[in-house]
Unconditional design. Structure first.
Length: 368
């Protein structure tokens, strides 16, 4: 039975929480229009303690502006942006899915053909991002994602692959050098030039995509364990292919592609994501001629319900209002209230919780 919204933002009824990150929380929502029109969307709400800071608010708005210009089956579509009484939000398509990182954890190792399929689809998405143009279609924007990782690639329950998170996407600028200490992105998946704070370019994203592929087929994370500083140092030096594939048998053609993608010199990598996607399609045609979206969907369906280590995920029953795990998603369902809540009170409540937590931390530090 349909329950009431957690809160209402304009024409959106915000339902259960489906994901959370360092900057925002994502909910399932219902878009309500005239004449009984209703559609399911996802709504990403900036954390209240960041909403009052101009820097984070600008980043959030930039993410929405960039996302609105990206239209491709392998990119998550941004539909709307809004602000209401201190609450900033981005509306996207609703895409039932699991992150590639979670899928890799469940499967332990992703087989070669499935990994190649994911790689080729992600390359298609990157090509669309790298070649995106302004609203009039006249000027090329020269975008670079800068945060390609298994966490930012979604695998749909229907087998579709989508790149997400445009929060640190930026325009390519060969003259710009990143300020020391302000390198952005996930260190483990950075290309050497990005880790060193040098200018980034489309080839930077391709290097990261190669590391994502290795994460899938090797079952281990690039650069191994260690502190952030240690992993950063390894990222600056680049990744040796042999070090990551000691226990993995890869066809010679796959190794050739990876060696090119992992070249420390970005000028020696593939000229474009389109070029890479073309090579991968040809490789798939020779390795597995009949492999298609339905084949991949069936594999995903088989593995998406497994717990890490091979167990089966289960859906909890009624539990007196406690959270329950959404089967096959790894996400947490937050039971909604029966009445709509004004967003202002949600904002005030979350801000109060943050303040209490901060005060407790300060008191603990003082009396320690």
């Amino acid at each position: 039975m349909e329950t009431g919204p957690l809160m209402k933002l304009g024409r959106y009824e915000v339902k259960e929480k489906i994901a959370a990150g360092g900057m925002a929380t994502v909910y399932r929502a219902i878009q309500v229009g005239v004449g009984g029109f209703r559609s399911v969307v996802a709504i990403k709400i900036l954390h209240p303690h960041l909403a009052s800071e101009d820097h984070f608010k600008k980043m959030f708005l930039d993410e929405a502006r960039i996302g609105a210009l990206l239209t491709h089956r392998c990119l998550l579509n941004v539909l709307d942006y809004g602000e209401e009484e201190g609450v900033s939000y981005i509306v996207t398509e609703f895409f039932p899915s699991i992150s590639l990182e979670d899928l890799a954890e469940k499967a332990r190792k992703i087989p070669l053909h499935e990994a190649l399929f994911i790689l080729s689809e992600a390359a298609e998405g990157l090509e669309a991002l790298h070649t995106a143009r302004d609203i009039d279609g006249k000027k090329k924007l020269g975008l670079v994602h800068r945060d390609i990782s298994p966490h930012n690639i979604l695998i749909g329950h229907d087998g579709r692959v989508k790149i997400i998170d445009y929060g640190i996407v930026k325009r390519e600028d060969p003259t710009e050098r990143t300020q020391a200490g302000l390198v952005k992105g996930k260190v483990r998946y950075m290309a050497p030039e990005q880790a060193c704070g040098n200018p980034v370019m489309p080839a930077t994203d391709l290097y990261s995509l190669a590391l994502v592929f290795l994460r899938c087929v090797a079952g281990t994370k690039p650069h191994g364990s260690g502190t952030t500083a240690e992993i950063m140092a390894r990222a600056r030096s680049g990744l040796a292919l042999e070090a990551q594939t000691k226990r993995v048998k890869l066809p010679g053609a796959v190794r050739t592609i990876l060696e090119k993608l992992l070249d420390p010199n970005p000028q020696q990598r593939h000229r474009s994501a389109r070029k890479l996607a073309g090579e991968l399609r040809k490789l798939m045609a020779s390795e597995a001629p009949s492999y298609d979206l339905e084949t991949f969907r069936l594999w995903v369906e088989k593995h998406i319900k497994k717990k890490p280590g091979g167990g089966r995920a289960t859906t909890a029953g009624k539990n007196n209002g406690a959270s329950e795990i959404l089967q096959g998603t790894g996400l947490v369902r937050v039971p909604p209230s029966t009445d709509g809540i004004h967003p202002r009170w949600v904002f005030y409540g979350l801000a109060t919780m943050f303040g209490v937590a901060l005060l407790a931390h300060l008191l603990t530090s003082f009396f320690a």
